[in-house]
Design a protein around this ligand. Structure first.
Ligand code: FAD
Length: 508
């Protein structure tokens, strides 16, 4: 995994550094720009919003409390994320938790957890002991059926995992004689955590990619929380790194149109980008690091009939909601991530325990992923809050009542993402675009672009490395052949009075 980073650094520096515009300041865009400066090029990140981070973005309310777009955890099996933390010298910002997977037991009389405890043994022994040692979620016949089903994943690794792309979690389990109860009560938690959808729609490949890493790597399933707001504690150091080496990071710079050459030798290649306020920017190369739904909208008409783009049109982001509730007292939670196994909630954590910046000795703040959120993103925050409180009553029967008569709610905040990570349905793997595109000066990044991890922070970071390497390789190859890059549009400063569409045509 760290190989891509090494390859980038080991290649010769360009004699003439190239200007590369990176559209999107989420982790994929920031990772692309970080690795482009390492390659000796000059990236310019254009982020639409006024803050960096995309799906990891976080901001403060008037009390100084942080609201996050999503509850995020890092896994031991995230080598590219770990390399990035190390290179930025911020490894101490990862707060590692006890090696365990903790499942809530909704509808018990009192608040109870079912724990898979991973002992200090090498993989896959630690996972084996964790599974055998858990006696209340899986029966012995279920463990045996599941264990036999997972043997090929362990033995044949990624190639076997990729072959399981066409079936849902539920279909895969049924084909191996694993009862529906296991899917509906145990794998529901994993499906919702991985892709915010239920196991009867999620592709089994997604679950196997995660399980396979957990079985192969001793610390693969170990969980870390960042010690504060991802925008400040992770994106900011990446921005500083990029800028310290000559790159530029702009916020409030939404790209509104990709302008292409309409004819001639460079027909269809990018000539420039139109930003808000009629500003036009141009570069030698362009990298899209937008979410899939955004690049689908911005794809120029003349690109849409190319297989690369027409396939990508089949991908779409899944809705999800992140909700924070501040309570007036400490709840009996644990310092780790909890899989709720409840109908509306996916994972949750008491951030007053798990995260330094949000820590409190006497009050809990529960941060929860509300999924599947289809049918909910259009509802009011109050309706979502009420439904969450009903779920919490089932998870904390002695401490929380939906009517607020036990623990009192001081405030709540709710972030709805109508189209988040791509929905990992069976058959969608073939739709994922590679970083190298059929357009000579256009490269694709983003968690949905082809890389072996899931739609995750790790996947986004790796996609950025691969996109930077693609630009580097293209440029080395072209410089050797004295290839002339497509010409650029003359840049124009902000001028709101000019009607762009009628005025500029791409140079021939
Ligand atoms: P994004 O983060 O979506 O970044 C794309 C950027 O492009 C955005 O900043 C956007 O504003 C910008 N943009 C869009 N259009 C334009 C335009 N026209 N011009 C300029 N900029 C534009 N992953 C994990 O690994 N662990 C977790 O625990 C986890 N939990 C999650 C929980 C939730 C609720 C959510 C929503 C996601 C979670 N993820 C998790 C997934 C993870 O957040 C994403 O996979 C990753 O952050 C995606 O990064 P990205 O850069 O590919 O896309």
């Amino acid at each position: 995994a760290q190989q891509v980073v090494k390859d980038i650094k080991n290649k010769p520096r360009p004699t003439e550094p190239k200007k590369v515009i990176v559209i999107g300041g989420g982790l994929a865009g920031l990772s692309t720009a970080k690795h482009l400066v390492d390659a000796g090029h000059i990236p310019i990140v254009l982020e639409a919003r006024d803050l960096l981070g995309g799906k990891v973005a976080a901001w403060k309310d008037e009390d100084g409390d942080v609201t996050e777009t999503g509850l995020h955890v890092f896994f031991g099996a995230y080598p590219n994320a770990m390399t990035l933390f190390k290179e930025l010298d911020i490894e101490d910002r990862l707060q590692w938790k006890d090696h365990a997977m903790i499942f809530a037991k909704p509808n018990s009389k009192k608040r109870e957890f079912s724990i898979f405890d991973f002992p200090a043994l090498p993989a896959p022994l630690n996972a084996g002991v964790a599974i055998l040692g858990n006696t209340d979620l899986l029966t012995w016949p279920e463990k045996i059926k599941l264990g036999i089903g997972l043997i090929p994943a362990y033995l044949f690794g990624q190639s076997y995992v990729e072959q399981q792309e066409g079936v849902t979690v539920k279909e895969w389990m049924r084909a191996r004689g694993v009862p529906d109860r296991v899917t509906d009560e145990v794998f529901i938690a994993m499906s919702k955590a991985l892709n915010f959808i239920d196991p009867d729609t999620l592709s089994m490949q997604c679950v196997l990619i995660a399980l396979n890493r957990f079985l192969q790597e001793t610390d693969g399933s170990k969980i870390a929380f960042l010690d504060g707001s991802p925008t400040e504690r992770l994106c900011e150091p990446i921005r500083e790194y990029i800028e310290s080496k000559g790159g530029i990071v702009r916020t409030n710079a939404p790209v509104q149109r990709i302008i292409t050459h309409e004819e001639g030798e460079y027909k269809d290649s990018v000539a420039g980008l139109l930003l808000k306020g009629n500003e036009v920017v141009s570069a030698d190369y362009y990298v899209s690091a937008m979410p899939v739904d955004a690049i689908k909208k911005l794809t120029p008409d003349s690109w849409r009939n190319k297989e690369y783009f027409s396939k990508m049109m089949g991908l779409k982001g899944v809705p999800v909601i992140n909700i924070h509730i501040w309570f007036d007292r400490k709840l009996s939670t644990v310092d780790n991530l909890i899989f709720s196994r409840s109908k509306l909630l996916s994972v949750y954590a008491d951030m007053s325990e798990t995260c330094n910046e949000y820590s409190s000795k006497d009050k809990s703040m529960l941060e929860m992923v509300f999924a599947p959120a289809k049918g909910w993103v259009g509802k009011s925050d109050e309706e979502i809050f009420e439904a969450t409180m009903e779920e919490l009553e089932r998870l904390f029967p002695e401490e929380i009542k939906a009517d607020g008569s036990l623990a009192k709610v001081e405030k709540f905040s709710c972030v709805k993402t109508a189209t988040s990570v791509y929905e990992t349905l069976p058959g969608c793997e073939a739709m994922r675009p590679t970083q190298l595109s059929p357009i000579p000066n256009f490269v694709m990044a983003g968690d949905f672009s082809k890389q072996k991890y899931l739609a995750s922070m790790e996947g986004a970071i790796l996609s950025g490395q691969l996109a930077a390497k693609t630009v580097q390789d293209l440029d080395i190859e072209r410089s050797a052949k004295n290839y002339k890059l497509p010409s650029k549009l003359p840049e124009r400063p902000f001028d709101a009075s000019v009607e762009f569409a009628n005025e500029v045509t791409a140079p021939k």
